[in-house]
Design a protein. Sequence first.
Length: 296
Amino acid sequence: MKKLLSVILAAAAGLSLQAQGVAFLNISPDPASAALAGTGIARTADAYALENNVAATALGGPAMDVSAGYGRWQPQAAAVNVISAAGYYRITDKLALGLRFKDFAYPEYTVVSAAGRPGGSFSPMEMAFGLGAAYQLADGLSAGVSLHYVNSSLAEDAKTSAFGADLALKFEKDGFHAGLSVNNLGSAVNYGNGNYSQPGIVRAGCAYSIAGLTASAEADYLFTGGVMAGLGLEYGIADIVFLRGGFHYGDAVKAIPTHASLGLGLKYAGVHLDVAFLTASKAVGNSLMASLGFAF
């Protein structure tokens, strides 16, 4: 059973499995962030802000943004279907509330008994639902917290659930943005063969915007010792078309592997469509994320 769990968890993210589970928590279904090599910690708030930085919802961006998405994660290695929905609403000038949902559905596999006989099939899945709030502490500075519930079902006798939290800060001033968060602090998950910790991670990054061009950078440290970093570039044309690209570095064993990313965003009359494509990687190459949303 332990070997089976390792195989399925590895398909989720390629993260270190020796002391953690539910690694999918560190995979964002946000196409805009994915297209920028995962550099979402310093982004202006959008519907997927709770995936990127919950504190951003109390600062710039629209007063409300909601979105739903579909993705195909690791189509060559694992073919995981990703369904997501997210959004936030700024209820006062300083206070915002948000939510997020994502479901990772793994390929069905045949169950084999200890005697080697087929015993039906099973479809693994992992789901996370979160609620968050952010408050503007001072001009351009906000703090936020997000709470999440996780349910993981990898086999008939390997199911677990857990609660966790993210803590975040965001700063914005004159085109400069900076963000910091500590994610996935919470209870252990146990599939019946010992405890796995949630994939704790510290994220830090910055971005600068000028004349429709935004450059972003981020560095992440996983509690298991893995390191990730990314550089992203976005160019907006008439605030309607957004061209995106980036390069992500990640430890091949303990983090989301190194890859390049491309993406496109379209926005008109509040409706926005975003698409991201990952390439230049055997592990996550050809992964695709897309979302459709509305903001005002």
